[in-house]
Design a protein around this ligand. Structure first.
Ligand SMILES: Cc1cc2nc3c(=O)[nH]c(=O)nc-3n(C[C@H](O)[C@H](O)[C@H](O)COP(=O)(O)O)c2cc1C
Length: 173
């Protein structure tokens, strides 16, 4: 699969088979996350890799009802921003750095035939605080998003992809 195909074909997958995700695939996904650009090359993230079912369920509890897919996922990666490492001139760039890492991991998974869905955490502070408490995170690690992964047990309708909305583009030529 080439990059454009991965981007254009990807759909959120919320139902997963029982097939485990092997260690090599997990490491590839993590490397993809850490291959993203970061402001001033701060690399201001921390990735919490969860395969334990009990903890995936607790994370689903902390992240509210839209995080239900985590309960059946084979892997959940919580992306955290590390504010100690973030660009001192404008720390909020950690949010952008975390989002890029997340999309890179989703696209790497797509290439490996692994489905995923983004589960929003920040800026919903009840979710952020719930995950901080659950995982005993230090103050400098801010939960950004959870990505749930697993081999697809659903075949989402891709007929509307790729989505292109001409009215959302302004050309200055
Ligand atoms: C910031 C963000 C937060 C999201 N949160 C959730 C979520 O909590 N639960 C969920 O099932 N999907 C979540 N999604 C996935 C979106 O619902 C999904 O990407 C969107 O409906 C488009 O569908 P597609 O990913 O299949 O193209 C989130 C996506 C983003 C980017």
């Amino acid at each position: 699969m080439n990059t454009i195909e991965a981007i254009m074909n990807r759909k959120s997958i919320r139902k997963y088979t029982d097939q485990p995700i092997d260690e090599e695939a997990i490491q590839t996904i993590l490397k993809a996350g850490m291959s993203g650009p970061t402001c001033v090359n701060a690399r201001d993230w921390q990735f919490i890799v969860v395969q334990k079912e009990e903890v995936l369920n607790q994370m689903a509890d902390a992240n509210g009802r839209p995080a239900e897919p985590l309960r059946k996922a084979k892997l959940g990666i919580l992306i955290c921003g590390n504010t100690d490492l973030a660009f001192k001139g404008a720390k909020d760039y950690w949010v952008i750095d975390g989002a890029i890492a997340g999309q890179n991991m989703i696209l790497a998974a797509e290439d490996l035939g692994i489905g995923s869905v983004w589960l929003g955490t920040w800026p919903q502070m009840n979710r952020v605080e719930g995950l901080q408490k659950l995982l005993w995170l230090p103050e400098n690690l801010i939960p950004h998003s959870i990505i749930a992964f697993g081999y697809p047990a659903e075949d989402p309708d891709k007929s509307s992809k790729p989505v292109f909305e001409e009215n959302k583009v302004t050309y200055i030529r």
